[in-house]
Design a binder for this molecule. Sequence first.
Ligand SMILES: [Zn+2]
Length: 173
Amino acid sequence: MAVLEILHFPNPILKQKSRPVAKIDPTLHQLVRDMAETLYAAPGVGLAAPQVGHPLRLAVIDVTPASQSKNLLVLINPEIVSTEGECTWEEGCLSVPDCNEEVKRNKKVVVRYQNLRGEAEEIVGDELLAIALQHEIDHLDGVLFIDRLSPLKRRLIKKKFLKKDKDKEGKTP
Ligand SMILES: [Zn+2]
């Protein structure tokens, strides 16, 4: 197992639409194990494969509080099949560090996906799980939570991150 490097905005891989997982093989199992370790090390609530440089429709989520035992949800080729209600939730993202903003989302979602044995499953999410499901599935479509903010807020955040990127470049000899 290994903790993988998490790509940060504005890395172009985060803007790509990911391709479906075609084969659930040992390589995919390994990637899932590494993504789980990366998620728990961060720590975070969810992690999508493109965030670790693999543009595949795959994500892991664990909304269990840190004090309780782990309960990892592995989502292969997930899609939202129905939604209900609206809510606003303060979100953050491992790919957009030090940034938390309120985002409008659906309050409840039903998601269909495949598990690691390739079987079709469905999960109903509300509260934090509903938010995490929508946030991670957005990643698979190349959408970050900051893309869902007002144009003005988005511009301010982009400016901050582009500047950070430049500062970093400046320091490399
Ligand atoms: Zn994220």
